[in-house]
Write a protein that binds this ligand. Sequence first.
Ligand code: MG
Ligand code: ZN
Length: 391
Amino acid sequence: MTLLRDIYCLYLQYRSTRRRTYKHLFLLPVLFVIFSCAGNKKTGIDYQAVIMSERPKNIILLIGDGMGLSQVTAHMYWQGVGKTVFEKFPVVGFHKSYSCDDLVTDSAAGATAFSCGKKTTNGAIGVLPPNDEPCTTILEDLDRKGYATGMVVACTATHATPAAFIAHRELRAFTEEIAMDYLKTDLDCFIGGGEALFNERPDRLNLEDSLRQRGYVLRRGTTFRKLPLDGSAPFIQFTHDREPPTASGGRDYMPGATELACNFLQKRSKEGFFLMVEGSQIDWAGHANDRNWLRAEMVDFDKTVTRALEFAASNGETLVIVTGDHECGGLALVKNSSRKQFNPSFSTHLHTATMIPVYAYGPKQELFNGVYENTSLYDKMREALGMSVTQ
Ligand code: MG
Ligand code: ZN
């Protein structure tokens, strides 16, 4: 009865609005043509049309250090609405970024939450309270299971975010010790800065020799020709002695390095691969309250994420997850006098506690919907791969 009544009500509504609406109906085909043309023009790849495997074989985790929702939003208004890679993702969630001992996390605890699935104290790299017990990271776990693993970063190898995936130290400041931890895991490729921590050490150890003894091909610079791209040997490419320059200061290797790492890792193992990519300097621009630096870093990270998405769309078996570890700078988008533009306004030189967006594309993308702890990213990655989730 209810259904019949509803249908009758709809019919009455239709009758009452028919006279007012019918004369606009002829516009529908016109609008359809306009919108479908606009849709085709916007993207080269129809990401939603890609046929996906049931589970991901590969995971690419891209971390914009210090990238909160306001950084993504500022980037969108700077680039133009509809023109950023973030708007292409079918699934968006939010994570709660606080650490074990602080509402405002640092990058060490933030990255350890992703890598180990546990909240730790600020400054800790891959170790947990109360006794700084090392935790196995998802990268180490997958390496042992036969996956190829890699990292591509816009900072040094020993900086907090990459360190938290491969090292276990009480404090992020122990960079010489963190460098030594690169000898403990069979990372298949690393591209980023920080060669000096390996070959100009106070203890006079030459870790590059040790890496070569472990079978690594060592490279230097930001061109990628002549690499062992057949996957026959693992490689480390130090782009710079210390921290790489800013994106506006000439650093442009991140998108190419990410694409290369995907292709290399794919050849390196039949099991699949795990690649962590970090847009490291979004955070540094926030600390410096430097809008131009931030703008350039976001453009570079957008291009980098785009390469990862294109790789994923080309095979349908790669899960791409993009997030930040925390917000930095307390960025607000304050309206300026022109009404259609904004003045980015920083409220602090430190990190803040705001929730952080998570973007997902690929098999099991739906797991990343919702609001959850930063540690859940670890669980969700494991669940996506069909691994046990014990919390
Ligand atoms: Mg970082
Ligand atoms: Zn920071």
